[in-house]
Design a binder for this molecule. Sequence first.
Ligand SMILES: [Fe+2]
Ligand SMILES: [Fe+2]
Length: 202
Amino acid sequence: MKLPIKKLEDIVREIMSPLEGTAHSYAHVERVAQIAAILAKEENADQELVQTAALLHDIGYAVGEPHNETGARLARRILEQSTNLPEQRIEKTVKIILRHPIASRSKLETVEEKIVWDADKIDLLGVIGIARVFHWMSRKPFETAVNTCFEELKPICKLLNTSSARKIAKRRQRRTTALLSALKEELLIEDLKTIEAAEGNC
Ligand SMILES: [Fe+2]
Ligand SMILES: [Fe+2]
């Protein structure tokens, strides 16, 4: 029987509804699932496994920390109750969810684990990555968010595991670098050292 992906999407959307408007909302999950599908195609990976795990990867944020562990337990329950996936595939999905945090990179084994890890991190690159950092650090000092962008976002590109993720990430990384150097200039008012009329309208 085909995996009831629409049913799973509805379940995840409902469970994650309290997280709406946060940096780890269902909208993030949807983006990660789309990125993961692109990577799975490029890497000839198990598309169904990648899609299921990407969809469930952050469900633990609705339950409690550590979100990969709470998420893995909840994902197992959902898959056992709402699908007829064999135990072996449920176990593979649970492992992908358990191993998706940045700190678990050294534990990654299968190409599907690497793809979901990479897709999740690609959503931290480019303009969206910087926007997400400022959003989830909105209660922290502004300087903390700035430092996180400079110190933690730029190295992510080098950590990606699959060659297709690294290819995609290069485009986003160029935007990250351009945005961060503009931010640095403006923080130091260096952009106003010479006042030249820029082309175009405000
Ligand atoms: Fe996560
Ligand atoms: Fe995530």
